[in-house]
Design a protein around this ligand. Structure first.
Ligand code: ZN
Length: 284
């Protein structure tokens, strides 16, 4: 019997990663394309998977908000995403008609959580949280080894975060909430506030502030979900020393109330940039 091959796509705000893998999610081929217009991006995805007639399924992880509830008439549609031209796109329907494959869909961050569980730092963890801090902030929760879904997907990036009173012009960058977590702690939020890309920010005060926001989010998730592990990924987490500052912030906020595991094994960093597409490969 010929081995089954599966396809995976991770739609991100700036780039889209496609992969072909085997039954266990091991990647055999991958390509990264810029996320431009809907037709152009879908054309390039179709071109890549056209080389693999042996595909039996396609798993898709998408930036949100996206309708992942199969009972909804909008199942598979991107909803009011701020990315120009992508709101209301029937992503699932478009891909199904182009590729003639059964498609399973979830959010990019839920897929990343799945990828971390299968191949990454959350291997063997049953209850954990994955958060990415980059162009946006999003998160997925695993409970009992499965992605947690409610009426829709979680929106951890938009949780309100207590913060110091802002004195300058900065009020947060979220177009919906202003100063939610994503609005004050994402890469674009840092850039707006400190006047340069987070990659070039060296001011210790900026990183102290960033670490406080992230520690507040992590501690809130720790209290509300009691996970075994919290995994932080995304480009902003590449800043040297940030993960240690976040751990210190969590410890400080906890005030020895909850008996947390050692922080260096409880709040960990993911550096796997393919976790999203790896998780998408595993969706059935
Ligand atoms: Zn928001």
């Amino acid at each position: 019997m010929k081995p089954a091959h599966h396809g995976g796509v991770e739609f991100g705000g700036t780039k889209t990663i496609c992969a072909v893998g085997d039954d266990t999610g091991v990647i055999l081929d991958t390509v990264t394309i810029p996320t431009t217009t809907v037709p152009e991006t879908l054309n390039r995805i179709q071109e890549f998977f056209g080389h693999y007639p042996s595909l039996t399924t396609l798993g898709v992880g998408s930036f949100g908000p996206v309708e992942i509830n199969p009972t909804s008439s909008l199942y598979g549609h991107i909803l009011n995403a701020p990315k120009p031209g992508w709101a209301n796109t029937d992503l699932k329907g478009e891909l199904e008609s182009r590729l003639q494959l059964p498609i399973a869909l979830d959010t990019d961050v839920n897929c990343a959580a799945l990828g971390e569980q299968q191949f990454g730092v959350a291997k063997a963890a049953q209850h954990f949280v994955y958060i990415t801090i980059g162009t946006g902030i999003g998160g997925g929760v695993m409970q009992g080894g499965r992605i947690q879904h409610g009426a829709s997907h979680l929106e951890l990036g938009h949780m309100p975060i207590p913060h110091e009173p802002f004195t300058g012009e900065f009020r947060g960058v979220c177009p919906f909430h202003g100063d939610c977590l994503e609005g004050i702690a994402s890469g674009p939020a840092m850039e707006k506030r400190w006047g340069k890309s987070s990659r070039h920010i060296t001011d210790p005060a900026a990183w102290k502030t960033e670490a406080e926001y992230l520690a507040t989010a992590v501690y809130t998730l720790s209290l509300t979900l009691a996970p075994e592990l919290i995994v932080l990924g995304g480009g902003v987490m590449n800043q040297p020393g940030l993960i240690e500052q976040v751990r210190a912030g969590v410890e400080h906020q906890n005030r020895a109330y909850v008996s947390l595991p050692p922080l260096n094994t409880y709040v960990v960093r993911s550096t796997n940039t393919l976790n999203g597409v790896q998780g998408a490969l595993l969706l059935r």
